[in-house]
Design a binder for this molecule. Structure first.
Ligand code: C5P
Length: 235
């Protein structure tokens, strides 16, 4: 398999074509941004950690019946994935209130939500990834009603699996963002990544934040938090 031209460069990853039309290579970067690119920086070793952690978590999810784009790890910061067209939707689940929902709705950080909140954001940097609902997504042709149902059902299943998985590792899964894509043969699969960049992970005992909030909020020990999370998923 050969790495061909770059298709896309995002804030944290690059995507490359391969000589197989059904497979892409994703290269994870150390670059970090926050608040829609207003704060830029780098987290040492992040690309390697997020590549490895996504590999472990996506493999676990596949074993539990969730179809994903993950094929295999290729190197420290590269993985082979199925070629997909990404839905321009950020799919968010919140189990505990934190981050933007606290600002938006006046909820106190750490409030345990009575039931998980499902949100869609329109993936568009120019508009700061605004929160939308099903009606926007369907009307703007971001996904069909049927596709949204598949995505929603898979997302709640993923949340149940991930909550239990991380709890066993002493982690409260506060919230997370996932993305979905469509393969060349029309299957909807979990894509993108699951890492401290895209989830809020709080230690169950101490409530210590082991995720990108350490970068967003300048809390220090960022690399250590990412390394700790990798250690826990590899245990
Ligand atoms: O910022 P907010 O509270 O809306 O984030 C909710 C969850 O989605 C967090 O786990 C955050 O890391 C993730 N997220 C993300 N990429 C974005 C926005 C949020 O991974 N562009």
């Amino acid at each position: 398999m050969e790495k061909l031209e770059q298709l896309y460069e995002g804030k944290a990853k690059k995507v490359f074509k391969t000589d197989n039309p059904n497979e892409f290579i994703i290269e994870y970067k150390d670059d970090a941004t926050a608040f829609n690119g207003e704060v830029k920086g780098s987290i040492g070793g992040k690309g390697i950690i997020n590549n490895k952690m996504t590999g472990v978590v996506f493999t676990m999810l596949e074993e539990k019946g969730i179809p994903t784009h993950f094929v295999k790890i290729l190197s420290e910061n590269e993985q082979l994935v199925k070629a997909v067209t990404i839905f321009p939707l950020e799919v968010i689940i919140r189990n505990t209130a934190a981050g933007s929902i606290c600002k938006r709705l006046g909820l106190e950080e750490g409030l345990k939500l009575k039931s998980p909140i499902f949100e869609f954001c329109y993936k568009n940097d120019d508009f700061g990834d605004p929160v939308i609902n099903d009606y926007h997504a369907i009307a703007m042709e971001l996904a069909t009603a049927e596709e949204i149902e598949v995505i929603r059902e898979m997302t709640f299943k993923i949340n149940e699996i991930l909550k239990a998985y991380f709890l066993e590792k002493g982690i409260n899964l506060v919230d997370f963002k996932i993305e979905f894509g469509k393969t060349n043969d029309g299957q909807i699969v979990l894509a993108d990544e699951i890492s401290p960049d895209t989830c809020r992970f709080w230690d169950v005992e101490t409530n210590e934040k082991l995720d990108k909030d350490r970068f967003r909020r300048n809390l220090g020990n960022i690399e250590e938090a990412y390394e700790e999370m990798l250690k826990r998923v590899q245990a």
